[in-house]
Design a protein around this ligand. Structure first.
Ligand SMILES: C[S@@+](CC[C@H](N)C(=O)[O-])C[C@H]1O[C@@H](n2cnc3c(N)ncnc32)[C@H](O)[C@@H]1O
Length: 277
């Protein structure tokens, strides 16, 4: 066993009291949580309930969470609310700056550390900066990774060629995603969890299962798959009001309109080094 310490603060003597913690793989989250500094105004941000569930299940208070695709900082805002330290990385400088402001607007009742670094998560120099920040906070390793990459080119987040949403092909997207996993996996303690949030895409009349492709990438990087949760899809602003158009297209084109995305959970396998510790 890699880690015998509990990986959450749930008291199993009181397990019947945790109604708020999901244990089924079908996540019908309904309305987005808009409390505190959370706002639904960034295309492609996820519901705060996702990092909430991941942190409650797979971290303890005072532990460290890393989000290499931080966007407007949903994970970091939620980390402040839950008393977890958090480090986010975001490529787009404007988004990174806006995220910092938003995170600072969130109360910090547990006095945790949060930092949003601007950089390319696929690059070794960024991983080194993350490592330095961790060291400054007194951490050798993190306790949870949350990855919410672009769903390839479904939403273009910038013009930067290093942005995964600008990958010229599916193959290139998966190669960049693999780089990010390779950079960040070593920063996670063995026996701890990686959460991957992703949806599929449709192109050229074909359903492209980005979820399953990226799942396989993570598995190949020393993780075992623990769960695939299917979450009801938060309607994007673009699709709002176009429901009947999409229904028409689906009927005509012999496909189904996306109503879900995946929240997958992986456990980092113990390495020979961590076993001997
Ligand atoms: C799906 S969004 C994440 C949204 C985030 N979970 C939130 O709630 O705001 C993906 C983010 O990854 C960023 N991104 C794309 N390529 C990146 C890279 N190579 N390194 C770091 N961030 C990247 C995009 O700018 C975008 O903000």
């Amino acid at each position: 066993m890699a880690s015998r310490r509990p990986i959450n603060d749930l008291d199993m003597a009181r397990w019947k009291e945790y109604d708020e913690i999901l244990t089924d793989s079908l996540w019908l989250l309904g309305k987005r949580d808009n409390h505190g500094a959370h706002k639904p105004d960034y295309w492609g941000n996820f519901a705060p309930q996702i990092p909430y569930q991941a942190m409650r299940r797979f971290t303890r208070q005072g532990e460290l969470v890393i989000d290499p695709f931080a966007g407007l900082g949903t994970t970091l805002i939620e980390a402040r609310r839950l008393g977890r330290h958090a480090l986010g990385i975001e490529l787009n400088p404007t988004v990174a700056e806006a995220a910092r402001e938003r995170i600072e607007a969130q109360e910090n009742p547990f006095a945790v550390q949060t930092a949003l670094l601007q950089g390319d998560s696929a690059c070794s120099e960024t991983a080194e900066r993350v490592r330095c920040q961790m060291e400054a906070w007194g951490y050798e390793q993190a306790h949870l990774l949350i990855l919410h990459p672009p769903y390839h080119d479904i939403i273009r987040f910038s013009d930067d060629p290093r942005d995964l949403s600008n990958a010229p092909s599916l193959k290139a997207f998966l190669a960049q995603f693999e780089q990010v996993v390779r950079r960040f996996a070593p920063l996670l303690e063995a026996g701890r969890f990686l959460t991957l949030v992703i949806g599929d895409k449709y192109a050229g009349g074909e359903w492209l299962p980005l979820g399953f492709y990226t799942m396989e990438t993570v598995r190949q990087q020393g993780f075992r798959l623990k769960s695939i949760c299917v979450k009801d899809f938060h309607e994007t602003r673009g699709k709002r009001g176009q429901r009947s158009l999409w229904r028409y297209r689906a009927l005509k084109g012999n496909f189904y309109v996306f109503g879900h995305e995946y929240v997958m959970f992986f456990e980092k396998r113990a390495t020979a080094a961590s076993l001997s510790r």
